[in-house]
Design a protein around this ligand. Structure first.
Ligand code: PEP
Ligand code: MN
Length: 338
């Protein structure tokens, strides 16, 4: 059950309200987001909701039957939209596109990508500077040098930045240089990282784990929400199955199902999802037709020379086809849903 308290309550009135809720035998978790004050109450499923609604200071009560609460669609009528400022908003059906290299490699590379994105009207740039790699001998990213390149090259061109954070200590280091923190598939259930990002006042894109179920993904999002961060994007990036013909199995079924289960925006990463350059454009458009609210795609000025994920990285020509196709498909999807 989600109980919303009046934000203007005095400390005493708030404590009195919480004591009354505890008195019903409920397990209480207080959640302060940047706009609201909630109390997540677990326990007595048969409790008459009107008793809770009658507690002084309670402005709203919702019964949620899902194992996750705050991220559930069943209590929030309006889908969450993530406002990055300067008119860049990721919301239901926005078809937001995030593009950039798997790894930030050099000023020249980032400049070429940034100029391309600006010319295409793409407002959000991706780029890893702290890279999780399967082999310790692979390129691990430029680290803080890469962050400086975002500030010198991408920000002055009006681009918003999404970049992966691997551990809590990197949050402060990255804070000024990024607009969205990405939690990678390998960290999808790193609960101390999720707890730490829950206290940050910047959006987080949370990827599905390599073998993560949708419920696990939603529970990981709940970790951050319960700590107060309500600006969360979920990302389907392919899961590991028995099939070896492609890098991962892009689970587009996840898109309509997640859209039913949660009010959070759903993004698809077809680059890691299939892992094969020539098939990324079709899978991008398929994701939008499945109802994805946005895409995150790897591109590079010379993809075959990319220092990570070269096989799935698109050239500018291929990327431009997706940008155009996404506009067409977005219109088609909206027409179908009308
Ligand atoms: C990435 O975005 O480059 C990345 C490492 O993604 P994932 O966590 O989905 O593997
Ligand atoms: Mn990558």
């Amino acid at each position: 059950m989600i109980v919303q308290l009046d934000c203007a309550l005095t400390t005493e009135a708030k404590e009195a309200a919480i004591a009354r809720l505890r008195g019903f035998g409920l397990q209480i978790t207080e959640v302060h987001t940047h706009r609201r004050h909630y109390v997540v109450c677990l326990g007595d499923k048969g409790l008459d909701i009107r008793l809770v609604g009658g507690v002084p200071g309670v402005v709203d009560v919702h019964r949620v039957s899902d194992p996750y609460q705050l991220v559930s669609r069943s209590w929030r009528v309006h889908p969450t939209s993530i406002d990055l400022g300067d008119g860049v908003i990721i919301s239901e059906g926005s078809g937001a596109i995030m593009m950039g290299p798997c790894s930030v490699e050099s000023a020249e590379q980032l400049e070429a990508v940034a100029d391309f994105l600006v010319a295409q009207g793409v407002r959000i740039m991706r780029g890893g500077v702290f890279k999780p790699r399967s082999s310790p001998y692979s390129f691990r990213g430029l680290g803080e040098e890469g962050l400086a390149l975002f500030s010198q090259i991408a920000r002055p061109r009006g681009l918003k930045i999404i970049s992966e954070v691997l551990e809590p200590s990197q949050i402060e280091v990255m804070y000024d240089a990024v607009d969205i923190f990405q939690v990678g598939a390998r960290n999808s259930q790193n609960f101390s990282l999720l707890d730490a990002l829950g206290s940050v006042d910047k959006p987080v894109l949370l990827k599905r784990g390599l073998s993560g179920t949708l419920e696990e993904l939603l529970q990981s999002a709940e970790y951050m929400y319960a700590r107060g961060n309500e600006r969360i994007l979920l990302c389907e990036r392919g899961i590991r199955t028995y099939e070896r013909a492609y890098r991962n199995t892009l689970d587009l079924n996840a898109v309509p199902i997640l859209k039913e289960k949660t009010h959070l925006p759903v993004i698809v990463d077809p680059s890691h999802g299939i892992g094969i350059r020539r098939h990324v454009p079709q899978m991008s458009l398929a994701a939008l037709m499945a109802g994805a609210d946005g895409l995150i795609i790897e591109i590079h000025p010379t993809p075959e020379r990319a220092m990570s994920d070269a096989d799935q990285t698109l050239s500018f020509t291929e990327a431009a086809m997706i940008v155009q196709g996404a506009r067409d498909v977005g219109g088609l999807y909206r027409a179908l849903c009308r």
